[in-house]
Design a protein around this ligand. Structure first.
Ligand SMILES: NC(=O)c1ccc[n+]([C@@H]2O[C@H](COP(=O)([O-])OP(=O)(O)OC[C@H]3O[C@@H](n4cnc5c(N)ncnc54)[C@H](OP(=O)(O)O)[C@@H]3O)[C@@H](O)[C@H]2O)c1
Length: 406
């Protein structure tokens, strides 16, 4: 906390709180370089917030506020890394089932919500009850459930809102890895293991294979001796498409095809070739796209296979011929990691720890990241422009806010 200034004048702290701008005592660095904290331990925070649902560039704004010193079971946390996931965008648009909390607690006349659902933060101050509950300064914590608001520099949390990442699990793990482990890798892990028991040598097929979930599924499948057919969207730039296919093969994908190749004639014969004349079964499909490409994927499944839908990137409905249910006995499921984690909190921790073990051992590679630096003086416009970028497809990396001197 060396970058923070202590102001002995309560009035200065109050001014800072109200305006989010630093009022410098005499003879200190320029305004944009430094920030303030009062002698009474008020923390200056900034958050990307919205007061109504809509498209992120129109409704998001950067809001400055102060956080009072924690007491009881409260803690003040400082975020280290928070990703921009598709669900975060849907939540801001108001089309996600889990709604954020709109509140005036952050000092606004009208209720606002903080965007973002995933991230890792460190505890920088805590009350006595939080200490007795086993937390200490410097611990890294995740949010227990969605809707907390992770696109912010600091927050006040209670012990029941967070889950601690045990010190032993932190070893060799970066904030970026910890901040992105709890949703996508967990989703891939549970979908591969919870709907059917695949035997080594058996296959699964998935679309959105270059997404965070898709890349996790490829690596977990490889580790568990499974084979995978991976569908990506075609690229106009064929060199970029080939490179993406190579990248996924390097992660452990057996087959990588485009959605156009999946829907082309002759794909069934091709799939037979890949699966040893059909003797190796394709018993699981993971779908986050829907539309025609998802239907085509279902057609490659073996009888009595499981088809799990967990996303809707194309915004198209999922259309399935009745014969697949009646004669082929394909089982269709949906999966939502938030609901699963709420029901299985212990398993969630085990799943996260398993993935972190694999990461530490070099068996689980990071998804490509587009790191968005967030310093105390970073302007709201810059952050919001980055959020807007993520609305475009064909990206090379997942946007993640990485917090510097906040
Ligand atoms: N149900 C759950 O519990 C759960 C948990 C985690 C994630 N998810 C869902 O899983 C999906 C992937 O999430 P993520 O965080 O892993 O994604 P991500 O890393 O941000 O990647 C986005 C993926 O979506 C694809 N995509 C974007 N626009 C598309 C479109 N119009 N049609 C088809 N594909 C499109 C991208 O392909 P291109 O590179 O071709 O653009 C890329 O593969 C999302 O739908 C997300 O909501 C669900």
């Amino acid at each position: 906390m060396a970058s923070k200034l202590l102001s002995p004048v309560p009035g200065i702290a109050r001014t800072c709180m109200r305006t989010s701008r630093f009022i410098a005592p005499r003879a200190v660095a320029p305004l944009t370089q430094r920030r303030c904290i009062s002698a009474y331990g008020y923390e200056q925070a900034k958050a990307l917030t919205f007061s109504e649902y809509g498209e992120p560039p129109s409704v998001l704004s950067l809001h400055g506020h102060s956080i009072s010193p924690p007491h009881g079971d409260k803690m003040t946390i400082r975020f280290l890394a928070s990703p921009i996931n598709p669900a975060d965008i849907n939540q801001i648009q108001g089309v996600y089932p889990s709604k954020p909390t709109f509140t005036t607690d952050l000092g606004t006349p009208n209720p606002i919500a903080v965007a973002g659902n995933e991230g890792v933060a460190e505890i920088i101050a805590l009350g006595d009850k939080a200490k007795s509950a086993g937390y200490k300064k410097g611990d890294w914590v995740f949010m227990k459930g969605p809707g907390f608001g992770t696109w912010r520099t600091h927050a006040s949390a209670t012990v029941d809102q967070v889950v601690k990442l045990e010190d032993s699990m932190r070893e060799g793990i970066t904030a970026l890895q910890a901040g992105t482990v709890s949703i996508n890798p967990c989703t891939a892990y549970r979908m591969i293991t919870d709907f059917t028991t695949l035997q080594p040598g058996e296959w699964f097929i998935q679309n959105g294979a270059n997404s965070g979930v898709g890349r996790a599924a490829i690596q977990l499948g490889k580790k568990w001796g499974l084979k995978s057919i991976n569908v990506i969207r075609s690229r106009e730039d064929k060199a970029a498409e080939d490179k993406l296919k190579d990248d996924l093969r390097a992660l452990g994908a057996d087959i990588v095809i485009t959605d156009a190749e999946l829907q082309a004639q002759g794909i069934r014969d091709q799939a037979k070739e890949w699966t040893n004349g059909g003797r190796e079964k394709i018993r699981l499909a993971l779908n986050c796209v829907n539309g025609k490409a998802a239907t085509a994927m279902a057609k490659l499944l073996s009888s009595s296979a499981h088809f799990v839908t967990y996303g809707a990137m194309s915004k198209q409905p999922l259309t399935i011929p009745a014969s697949m249910l009646i004669f082929k006995d394909i089982h269709f499921h949906g999966f939502w990691v938030s609901r699963w984690a709420e029901k299985n909190p212990e398993d969630k921790i085990k799943t996260v720890n398993d993935v972190l073990d694999m990461t530490r051992n070099g068996e689980f590679k990071d998804t490509p990241f587009d790191q968005i630096k967030w310093e105390y003086e970073t302007k709201g416009d810059e952050l919001i422009a980055k959020v807007k970028d993520t609305l475009e497809g064909y990206r090379e990396g997942k946007g993640v806010f990485v917090f510097g001197k906040t």
